[in-house]
Structures are given as structure tokens and as C-alpha cells.
Ligand binder design. Structure first.
Ligand code: ATP
Ligand SMILES: Cc1cn([C@H]2C[C@H](O)[C@@H](COP(=O)(O)O)O2)c(=O)[nH]c1=O
Length: 205
């Protein structure tokens, strides 16, 4: 079973993941961006304020393709519970937002991408694996940016506002897959709810 943790920067994914590692010691824990050289390239792009948004999408997607073949698929074939800190929905929400601004800048009378989020979803559709459960740690953009420390171009409340709107679109279209958890609550309370969602999904399997 593939479980993904999603949410804005600073929503608490790393905190939750650390606790889940203790609760599910036999599971395969992983993350995107990965620790491969593809992931290194992604981190270079994150640090580059002038990175081309389309090039950035495909860097993240290359990292995802490698992640699928090197980690996710073998672990699922072994029958592992796989828990990934960020996955495709991060691309749909974040690059959907970046490409929205990019599409507006390149008007010349016509937007380059009519619906950037759908474009990113379509890129993934033939190549990716849809998670069985996605836990969405829901936090407002101001809290997210403050918690994350606003250390890179993505960790600004204004940008995170449009990322959050994209997550809402994704939840609306795929409500059976997502479990929304209020991540402004006490960390122990958040963790209890996350564990509950994972156990419920495992029981239903
Ligand atoms: N429920 C919570 N309430 C208050 N603070 C929290 C909560 N969860 C996490 N934090 C704190 O917020 C900060 C960011 O948490 P964390 O690193 O887990 O988030 P993240 O989603 O992994 O962030 P990023 O996406 O930027 O890596 C940390 O200082 C953490 O201790
Ligand atoms: C996977 C993925 C990530 N991002 C963004 C979100 C964060 O700002 C950074 C790094 O992630 P971290 O969890 O904070 O280390 O990258 C993105 O824009 N698109 C993606 O697909």
C-alpha cells in the first residue's frame, strides 16, 4: 500500500514521518525530492530564484520517475507499506501554481497553458502510480511560511496561498483518496489522527 504525506511547507510532514517510523518500523519510508542526483538537481533549482518553471517541473518529474523505478515499485512488489513524504500531488499543487504565474506572464494574447494543474496531472497520468491514501496536513499559508522559516522561493505566504488552492482542487476531485487533518492542532493530536487514518486504510486493504 502506498501512503503519501502532503501539505504546505512547514505543515509538519517531517515531524509526522519521524513518529510514523517508530510506529511502523517495517514500512519503507521515502521522500520527494529524493536523495539521488536527480534530487540534487531539484534542490539546485529550488535555490535558483530565476529557474525556468517548465524546466523545474521536468526536473521534479525526472526525480519522480527515478523514485518510482528505484524505490516505490520494488517496495510495493515486496508487499511493503510505503510511506512517502511528498509525492505527485506536490507537483500538481506547487508546479501548477508556478506555471499559473508563468502562463500569465507569457500572454501575447494567449495563455501558454490553459490549466497548468491539469497539464501537470496529464504528464504524470501514463507513468505514475496513484497513492492508496494521501494524508493532507492542512495549515494556513501564514502559519506554514512562519514555521518553514521562509528560506526559499516556495516558502512565501502569497505563493503558498495558490498552492493551497490547488490542493483544495485535488481534494475535491479525489475526495476518497485524501484524508484532511488540521495541522494547526497540537503535534500529538495531529499524529494520533494520522496514525488512525493509516490503520483504517490498512484494515480496509
Ligand atoms: N502541529 C504542530 N504544531 C506546531 N508546530 C509544529 C507542528 N508540527 C510541526 N511543527 C513545527 O513546525 C516546523 C516545521 O515542521 P516540519 O519540518 O515537520 O514541517 P514540514 O512539512 O516537513 O516542512 P518542509 O516541507 O518545509 O520540510 C518545525 O519547527 C516543527 O517542530
Ligand atoms: C516534491 C516537490 C516539492 N516541491 C517543493 C516543496 C518544498 O518547498 C521544496 C522541497 O520540499 P521539502 O519537503 O520542503 O524538503 O520543494 C515542489 O515544488 N514540487 C514537488 O514536486
Amino acid at each position: 500500500m502506498l501512503v503519501t504525506l502532503e501539505g504546505l511547507d512547514g505543515s509538519g510532514k517531517t515531524t509526522v514521518r519521524a513518529a510514523l517510523e517508530e510506529r511502523f518500523p517495517d514500512a519503507t519510508f521515502t521522500r520527494e525530492p529524493t536523495n539521488s542526483w536527480y534530487g540534487d538537481a531539484v534542490y539546485r533549482s529550488i535555490e535558483d530564484d530565476d529557474a525556468d518553471p517548465l524546466a523545474e517541473l521536468f526536473l521534479y518529474t525526472a526525480d519522480h520517475a527515478d523514485h518510482l523505478s528505484r524505490v516505490i515499485e520494488p517496495a510495493l512488489e515486496r508487499g511493503d507499506l510505503v510511506i512517502s513524504d511528498r509525492y505527485s500531488d506536490s507537483r500538481f499543487a506547487y508546479q501548477g501554481a508556478t506555471l499559473e504565474a508563468w502562463s500569465n506572464r507569457h500572454t501575447g494574447g494567449k495563455r501558454r497553458l490553459e490549466d497548468p494543474l491539469e497539464y501537470v496531472v496529464d504528464v504524470h497520468e501514463p507513468i505514475s502510480i496513484v497513492p492508496d491514501l494521501t494524508i493532507y496536513l492542512d495549515v494556513d499559508p501564514e502559519t506554514a511560511a512562519a514555521r518553514a522559516g521562509a528560506t526559499n522561493k516556495f516558502e512565501r505566504a502569497e505563493y503558498l496561498e495558490s498552492v493551497r488552492a490547488n490542493y483544495e482542487r485535488l481534494i475535491e476531485r479525489d475526495s476518497d483518496r485524501f484524508v484532511r487533518i488540521d495541522a494547526t492542532r497540537d503535534p500529538d493530536d495531529v499524529l494520533e489522527r494520522v496514525e488512525g487514518a493509516v490503520y483504517t486504510a490498512l484494515e480496509a486493504e
